[in-house]
Every structure is written in structure tokens, then in C-alpha cells.
Design a protein around this ligand. Sequence first.
Ligand code: VAH
Length: 316
Amino acid sequence: KILVTGANGQLGSVLIPHLRSLYGEENVLATDIRKSDQPDAHFELLNASDERALSALIRRNRVTQVYHLAAILSAKGEENPLSTWSVNTSTFFNVLEASRCAEVRKVFFPSSIAVFGTNIDRELAGQQAPLLPSTAYGMSKAASENWSHYYYNRYGLDIRSVRYPGIVGYQSMPGGGTTDYAVDIYHKAVRGEAFSCFLEAGTTLPMIYMDDAITATLQLMEAPAARLKVRTSYNLAGMSFSPAEIATEIRKFIPNFEIQYAPDFRQQIAESWPKRIDDAEARADWGWKPHYDLALMTRDMIQHLEAKYHREPVHQ
Ligand code: VAH
């Protein structure tokens, strides 16, 4: 069985249907700290901070793979940094130990471009760039990368990871991320509402379309272990754009879309992250290649959101 923690999050709520279509509904157990409003026969409440509950669930369900998605993200995480560190690392250690002691064969956990800091060339962050996270979330992910590397070398635990850029999708609402403006902007545009952006117009960040993020995750998890030379976390990127660039692309579909800029504390977080990512190792080791660019993503987002808001689908 496959266990997913953080099932109700932005990534989990899209990854789980994909995993179920690949492995069967009954073989993918969704867990989260609270129920979602969607009924799910294969959902269990789980606080991954509770080591005993987690290891009991893994044994009871004979879990062989774990996707550990539960975490507090960058912006939300800055409200209480020590709590963010404690939640993100204690849940991670629980997954490492429970997996090592049970018959878990493969573990996935998401890292992030948030592990990078202001001490590198922001134009392009390489796979081996030094990590100097500027947020509690980023520090928890950098620590998780090192512990993954340790558990792989010391115990042979096959744990795999990608450093996601900002993920943009229509299927789920994100929560607490610095890149989440890039999701909200489409919802506002399709609803014909003006958008107030918490980042400055020229703030370029690495992003990836949800469908590409899912493809990359499954590609990494299906790759032969011998191919994987990176056991901290693979750099991954789909595209890079700024709020001004995404607004211009949206106006090709919704000409009267209005945006204003009201930068807040998230501007500093964004400016500590690289503008572009070099994901050559992911391409070389397990065949990664993004499909979606800003134009393709914008078309797909607007088409799906027009359908969702039951508006006359203007753009087929
Ligand atoms: C966040 N979306 O903003 C997440 C991600 C690259 C950013 O870690 O915190």
C-alpha cells in the first residue's frame, strides 16, 4: 500500500487521484491532520507528529511506499518559526524511522527552492549550490535533505526528493506559500475581479505547472534506484516568470484584467530565492523534461477555471 501524508494539501489532493489511477483506489491511503469535505473511502485521520500512530498505521496497512507531503509552507511558517521547525522536522523523522523499521521500500518527500538563499547567483541555482535558507520552512527542508542522504547511506532507505519551485494548478487551492499568488491570480482573473499582488511586478520566481510536477514526481519514483546520483533532493523547474509577465499572458485571454501591486513580507522571502533553477541532473538521471510553459499553463488554467466557475467557456 502507498501512504500519503498531507493528503488535503495543494499537491496531495492532485497526486492521490493520479496514484490511485496507477495503483488502484484501495492501494493508496490518504491521511491528513483533518478531514476534507470530499468523501474518501480510503482516508484516515493522522497527525504525523504522533510517531506511535504513524508506525502503527504503516504496520496495520502493510505500507510499502510513503509520500510525505505534510508540512507548513514558507510564508505561513514565518508566523511561528520554532513551531514550523518542530512540526516539519518531527513529522519527517517519524516517517524516516517508521519507514526504516517497517517494510517500506520507497519514500518521497518534497523539498523546495526555499532551501536556497542570498549567497548564490540568483540568476541560476545549480544542483550543488550551497544552501542558506532564509525561512524556518526552508531550514526544515534543507535539514530533511541531509537526513535523507544520511538514511540512504547508513540504512539503505530508498528516499527520493525534488526541490519543487512554486506549483501552479487549478485543481486545488494552495496554503501559506510565497508563490501562491500565481494560483490566486487566475481565479481572480476568471471571476472578473481585480488582483492585488503581494509581490512586486518584476519579482521573477521559478514555477512549475501542476501536471508537470505530478509527472516529475512519478518519473522520479519509478526510476531505477541505480540511476539516482542525488540523494539529498533534485533541482526541478518548469519555467520562470514575474507577476507582470503572468498578468500580460492572462490579458491575452481576459483583456480587461487588472492587477495592482501591494508587496508585503513575502517580497523579502521571494528575493532570497533564485530566479531560475538548473535541473540538468534531473534531466540526465531520470529523464525529466517540462512540457508546460507560461503560455500553455495560462491557457489550461483559464479553460479549467472558466468551467469550474460555470462561466461561458470563452476560450476553448
Ligand atoms: C512555498 N509553494 O511558497 C511553496 C514552495 C517554492 C515555494 O516551497 O512555500
